[in-house]
Write a protein that binds this ligand. Structure first.
Ligand SMILES: Cc1ncc(COP(=O)(O)O)c(C=O)c1O
Length: 370
């Protein structure tokens, strides 16, 4: 794959990245062969350039292991534990972090409700909901978690609190001290789940994580994933940092083992700093390009630390989504009274962002202002 092919025809100024960052070698190596997609998949939030070269190698080399189950996953648990200053009994693997989130939420919150902000990531909350568990949603205030309102919403029925940091779809980091204070005050009453799916993108991520509270022994459950910055969503490896009894609880609920290529690729890419640096640089530049498109069209957006940008189109979000879809660009909308004109635009390949650059002014022209 020639780097020229990756960048060809794109207005995206990635040259500084190519010239300065030797780790882009890892990313360009992983680029799609032809970046001229028929549809721009901006409704998703994955890194289009993963997995890392090391992960790709072991995926190819994992064929001889395909006839066998992953029978022992201690090595990856130990590697993650060492990275986090934990022991492997405080680490569980799961088939994507969604599996852990869904299984733990629906088990822990049985007979009560989950407390969560809105809008946020809800797939596991909907799963729990289908199993009879309700969610008490607390609206964001000025795009931030309203901790005062969340504290007020706690009742004897609250079984679990869920936060996504950075929040999806707003891309906002949660106030670090306020989140720690909430966990300290509440984790003796019910576990607090912190979904760190986009952890590697957080500035100063080693200090922003709530893993320190797991080290202290609080009933805080941190979930992470190889699906986002590591670019391995299709290989379904996630992990949980928690008290040993929560780890045991998750394993008791889990029905199946990890898959061989995913397990091996996760081992090969965990803590690959050169790859992560290149991926984070790339995703950051994608966000910058989305911002500049918004500015060019007078749209407000929330500066994001995720792989997506939440944008106020000032037009009905559903009509904007449909208009963009007619121009072969898919974006995501969230059902929330405060965000009726907002769409979430995911980071993607330069070719997909070129399509957005074409489609956005056309779609804005087709949909009337609110
Ligand atoms: C905030 C958040 N958490 C968890 C997930 C689940 O990802 P996975 O199951 O692939 O780890 C996603 C996926 O979009 C997400 O956005």
């Amino acid at each position: 794959m020639k780097r020229r092919t990756l960048l060809g025809g794109s207005a995206l100024a990635l040259t500084s990245l190519t010239a300065q960052n030797s780790s882009l070698g890892a990313l360009s190596h992983a680029a799609p062969v032809v970046d001229r997609p028929k549809r721009a998949r901006l409704e998703v939030t994955e890194n289009p350039y993963g997995p890392s070269p090391a992960a790709r190698r072991v995926i190819a080399e994992s064929v001889p292991y395909a006839p066998y189950y992953v029978e022992d996953e201690t090595e990856l648990r130990q590697r993650i534990a060492a990275q986090e200053g934990l022991v492997h009994e405080q680490v569980a693997l799961s088939n994507g972090s969604l599996d852990a989130l869904s299984l733990l939420t629906s088990d822990i919150a049985r007979g009560g409700h989950v407390l969560a902000p809105h809008p946020t990531y809800v797939t596991h909350l909907n799963y729990a909901n289908r199993r009879g568990i309700s969610t008490c949603y607390v609206p964001l205030s000025d795009h931030q978690i309203d901790f005062e309102a969340m504290r007020k919403a706690v009742t004897s029925e609250t079984r679990l609190a869920y936060f996504c940091n950075p929040n999806n779809p707003t891309g906002q980091m949660i106030d670090h001290d306020a989140l720690i204070a909430f966990c300290r005050d509440m984790a003796s009453r019910f576990p607090v789940v912190i979904d760190e799916a986009y952890y590697e993108l957080l500035p100063d991520y080693q200090h922003m994580t709530m893993a320190s509270l797991v080290r202290e022994g609080l009933d805080v459950i941190v979930t992470r994933t190889f699906s986002k910055v590591y670019g391995m969503a299709g290989l379904r490896i996630g992990y949980v940092l928690a008290r040993p009894e929560r780890v045991k609880q998750l394993y008791s609920l889990t029905t199946t083992s990890r898959n061989q290529p995913g397990y091996r690729a996760a081992l090969a890419s965990l803590g690959d700093h050169a790859y992560l640096k290149g991926a984070v640089n790339y995703l950051t530049q994608c966000r910058e390009r989305i911002y500049s498109l918004c500015r060019a069209h007078g749209l407000t957006y929330l500066p994001s630390v995720g792989t997506f940008v939440y944008v106020d189109t000032r037009r009905p979000a559903k009509a904007m989504r449909d208009a963009l879809a007619r121009h072969n660009v898919d974006v995501r909308i969230f059902d929330d009274a405060q965000y009726l004109s907002w769409i979430r635009i995911g980071t993607a390949t330069p070719g997909e962002l070129d399509m957005l650059a074409q489609a956005l002014p056309a779609a804005l022209g087709e949909v009337a202002l609110l």
